[in-house]
Design a protein around this ligand. Structure first.
Ligand code: MLT
Length: 383
C-alpha cells in the first residue's frame, strides 16, 4: 500500500496547477466526480435540514452529534463567538473603499493578533465561532448599514450572522437561504484552492488566523470564490440582452454566440465534477419550492436546461454541467440579499469551517501525530 503507484507524472502534467495529483489525505469531505460532495461519507443532499452546528461537529468529529453533544458543542462555540474589542475597533477604522474580501482577510489578521492561542484545535474553534460576528461587522461597515450588535447565547452560527447583519427587511426565507448556502459551502475536499493555500501556509507554522487570511485571499479570485458574484452578473447581462424576447430558443442562440466569440459561460463546469454539482441540485430544488416566479430563478432554471445541451456539443468540454455558482447568487438575491459584492464574503464565512478543520488535521493528526512537513513541491528548471 505504502509504495502503491497512485499517479504517474509526465511532462504534460507540469504547469497544470497540480490538477488531479494526489498529495495527501483528507478526512472531512470528498468530491466524487460522478456523485458530488460528501461530508464524512454522507452525501450533502441527505443533510439539507441539518443545522450548521450539527455539520461543523460532524466535520470535526466524524459523526453526527447526539442531543447532549450538540448542546455542549453549541455552547463551546457561543463562548468563543465575540470579537476582541481592540480588533473590533480596528476593523471599524479600515477604509470602506477596500474590497469586502480584503476587509474580511485583514479582519482575521486583526482577530488573530488578540485571539490566537497557538493551539490548533482551540484556534479552529475560536475562528469558526467568531466568523459570523467578523463577517457581519465587515459587511455592515463596508455597506454603511450601521452598528453591529453583540452576539446572543440562544442563536447559532447562521442566526447570529443573520441577526448581526444590519440589512433592513430581512425575512425568514433569507435566514433559510443563508443556512442552506452556508452548510453547502463548508468544505469541498482537500484540494480546492483556498483550502490548499491555507494548509500550505499553516505548514510553515503561521498560526491558524494568518493561514486563514491567506485562504480568504485565495478565495477572493474570480476563478474560485468570486465565481458566484460573476455568475449572477453574467445571468443579469444575458437577461437584459434578451429582455422580453427571452425563451429557451433565444437563450440558446445567445449562448452559441458567446461560445463562438470564445467567451465563457459562467456557472458551468468544474475541475473535479463530471455531473451536475450536488450542491446546485439542492439549491435548484429550494429555488423551485420558494421562488418559482422570481425572474432570476426562472432564468437560472432555463440555463440549467439549455447550458449543458450546448456545451456538450463541444467534445473538448469534459464538464458541461452547472456548478453551485450557477444558482447560489440567484437564490440569495431572490431571498432578499441582492448584493453580489458580498457573495464571496458569505462563501468565506462558510468555507473557513472546512479549512480550519483540515488545517487542524494536517498539523496535529496527520502522519501519526507528526503533522505534514512544510510544503515544498519540486519545480523543474528550464532556460
Ligand atoms: C469549491 O467549492 O471550492 C469549488 O467548487 C472549487 C473546487 O472544489 O475546486
Amino acid at each position: 500500500m505504502d509504495s502503491e503507484v497512485l499517479f504517474t507524472i509526465t511532462r504534460e502534467n507540469l504547469d497544470t496547477g497540480l490538477r488531479g495529483y494526489p498529495i495527501g489525505i483528507v478526512t472531512t469531505s470528498t468530491v466524487d466526480p460522478e456523485n458530488g460532495l460528501y461530508y464524512r461519507g454522507i452525501p450533502v443532499s441527505d443533510m439539507v435540514n441539518r443545522s450548521p452546528e450539527e455539520l461543523i461537529f460532524l466535520l470535526f468529529e466524524g459523526h453526527l452529534p447526539k442531543e447532549e453533544e450538540l448542546k455542549d458543542f453549541s455552547e463551546e462555540l457561543h463562548k468563543r463567538s465575540t470579537l476582541h474589542p481592540i480588533a473590533r475597533e480596528a476593523i471599524l477604522k479600515l477604509p470602506r473603499e477596500a474590497k469586502p474580501m480584503a476587509l474580511q482577510s485583514i479582519a482575521l489578521m486583526l482577530a488573530g493578533t488578540y485571539e490566537s492561542s497557538g493551539d490548533w484545535k482551540e484556534d479552529a474553534l475560536r475562528l469558526i465561532a467568531k466568523m459570523p460576528a467578523i463577517t457581519a461587522l465587515v459587511i455592515n461597515h463596508h455597506a454603511g448599514w450601521g452598528e453591529t450588535p453583540q452576539t446572543s447565547k440562544e442563536r447559532g452560527f447562521a442566526e447570529t450572522f443573520f441577526d448581526l447583519l444590519q440589512l433592513k427587511g430581512k425575512s425568514k426565507q433569507l435566514l433559510e437561504a443563508l443556512r442552506l448556502f452556508l452548510i453547502l459551502h463548508f468544505d469541498h475536499g482537500g484540494g480546492n484552492l483556498s483550502t490548499f493555500v491555507g494548509k500550505a501556509v499553516a505548514s510553515g507554522l503561521e498560526d491558524l488566523f494568518g493561514s486563514m487570511a491567506a485562504s480568504l485571499n485565495a478565495l477572493a479570485g474570480p476563478r474560485h470564490g468570486r465565481a458566484n458574484e460573476d455568475c449572477l452578473d453574467f445571468n443579469q447581462a444575458l437577461m437584459k440582452e434578451l429582455g422580453d424576447n427571452f425563451n429557451d430558443q433565444t437563450l440558446e442562440k445567445a449562448l452559441r454566440e458567446r461560445l463562438a466569440r470564445g467567451d465563457l459561460v459562467f456557472g458551468f463546469g468544474h475541475a473535479v465534477l463530471r455531473v451536475e454539482d450536488s450542491r446546485a441540485k439542492v439549491l435548484y430544488d429550494f429555488a423551485k419550492e420558494h421562488f418559482p416566479d422570481n425572474p432570476l430563478i426562472k432564468f437560472a432554471l432555463s440555463l440549467r436546461q439549455v447550458g449543458p445541451k450546448i456545451l456538450k456539443e463541444n467534445p473538448k468540454i469534459s464538464s458541461p454541467y452547472p456548478n453551485v455558482d450557477a444558482i447560489s447568487g440567484s437564490v440569495l438575491s431572490a431571498a432578499g440579499f441582492p448584493f453580489p459584492i458580498y457573495f464571496t464574503s458569505l462563501f468565506g464565512l462558510s468555507r473557513v469551517v472546512g479549512i480550519a478543520i483540515q488545517i487542524y488535521h494536517e498539523r496535529v493528526v496527520a502522519r501519526g501525530g507528526k503533522g505534514v512537513p512544510i510544503y515544498r513541491p519540486k519545480y523543474i528548471y528550464q532556460k
